[in-house]
Structures are given as structure tokens and as C-alpha cells.
Design a protein around this ligand. Structure first.
Ligand code: ZN
Length: 179
């Protein structure tokens, strides 16, 4: 996969995993899946800003995760700088439950909350692949995540040493919001 994670809904078919926007989860019937495109579906940690939307997000996620073109669950995870961490922690296990049910890998968003992520992994014991996207951390953290079984995806900005130490088969490239 050329592009492990993007929000560009117009990415060429088969070249990217396109992250579904909030509207697609809130109103799954309104979203048109383009032929040949692959998608990921999750409740972005930032979307926990508006707690009243969460039940709708959960309902939409359950529905849309069953779509054959949804090949990954996420991005989901934890962010100590944005959104509501308590709410993020509450809805994360649901993502994993859905990922396990459909046997889909999980794309993770994690900002200054890697302790929370690693604890969740220990607790939930997932069987599908987890990957931290947009990884910019230092080599020590990269090693810690890799040792825990988590793969890494790198965007435009990253720590070169962390990139180098990640085994090629566990290293992904992404554009995220770039187009
Ligand atoms: Zn993203």
C-alpha cells in the first residue's frame, strides 16, 4: 500500500486507505463508497469534543465497519492535547471489539498518551495488527511499541533514527492530511 492512511477522499483507487469522515459515521447511508477504494472507519479521538455525537458515531461505526471496503478500524486512540481523554478511553475497547469481530487491523492515533495505549493493549490482548500512524517519536519509544507488537506508519515529518530501526515489513508510509 502506497499510502497507509489519508483523509483525501479522492485518493486513487487501491493506492490508499482512506479514513472515513465524521459525516459518514453519523449518516452512513449518505456516504458513497467509490469502486476499488479502501477505507478505514473509526471515531477520531478529537471527535470526543462533542460528547453528544458519540452514540451516533458508535451506531454508525458498527454499521459501516461491516462494509467490505472498510479494511481497517481507526483512526482511533488517545490524545492528551485534544478531545476528552476519559471519553477516548471509554470508546477505545469498542473499536477493538469491532476490529476483532471483523478481523480487521487497527490504525491508531496517539499523542502524548503512549502509556495509555500500551496499557490498553496489555488489557485487550488483540489478535489483529495495530499500527500507530503519523509516528514522530524518538527511537526509544519506537522500540517500545515495536516490542509490544505495534507497527509504525510514518508521514512527512518523522525521526529518521526511528524510521531506520523499524523493520521494513513493519514500516508504513502515509500522507495523512496531505494531498
Ligand atoms: Zn489522520
Amino acid at each position: 500500500m502506497n499510502d497507509f492512511h489519508t483523509h483525501n477522499l479522492n485518493a486513487p483507487p487501491g493506492e490508499a486507505v482512506i479514513n472515513l469522515p465524521a459525516e459518514a459515521l453519523l449518516n452512513p447511508a449518505s456516504f458513497t463508497f467509490r469502486p476499488g477504494c479502501l477505507y478505514s472507519a473509526g471515531i477520531h479521538p478529537w471527535w470526543t469534543d462533542t460528547a453528544e455525537n458519540i452514540p451516533g458515531f458508535i451506531e454508525g461505526l458498527r454499521l459501516i465497519a461491516a462494509h467490505p471496503q472498510v479494511v481497517a478500524i481507526g483512526e482511533c486512540g488517545f490524545d492528551r492535547l485534544r478531545g476528552d481523554l476519559r471519553l477516548q478511553e471509554e470508546i477505545f475497547p469498542l473499536h477493538i471489539e469491532i476490529a476483532e469481530m471483523h478481523q480487521r487491523p487497527v490504525t491508531l492515533h496517539c499523542v502524548r498518551a503512549f502509556d495509555v495505549l500500551l496499557a490498553a493493549r496489555k488489557r485487550l490482548q488483540p489478535t489483529t495488527q495495530w499500527t500507530v500512524h503519523g509516528f514522530r517519536g524518538k527511537p526509544g519509544l519506537a522500540r517500545q511499541l515495536l516490542d509490544a507488537g505495534i507497527d509504525l506508519s510514518f508521514g512527512r515529518h518523522y525521526n529518521a533514527e526511528s524510521f531506520e530501526l523499524t523493520p521494513p515489513q513493519r514500516r508504513h508510509r502515509e500522507t495523512d492530511n496531505e494531498q
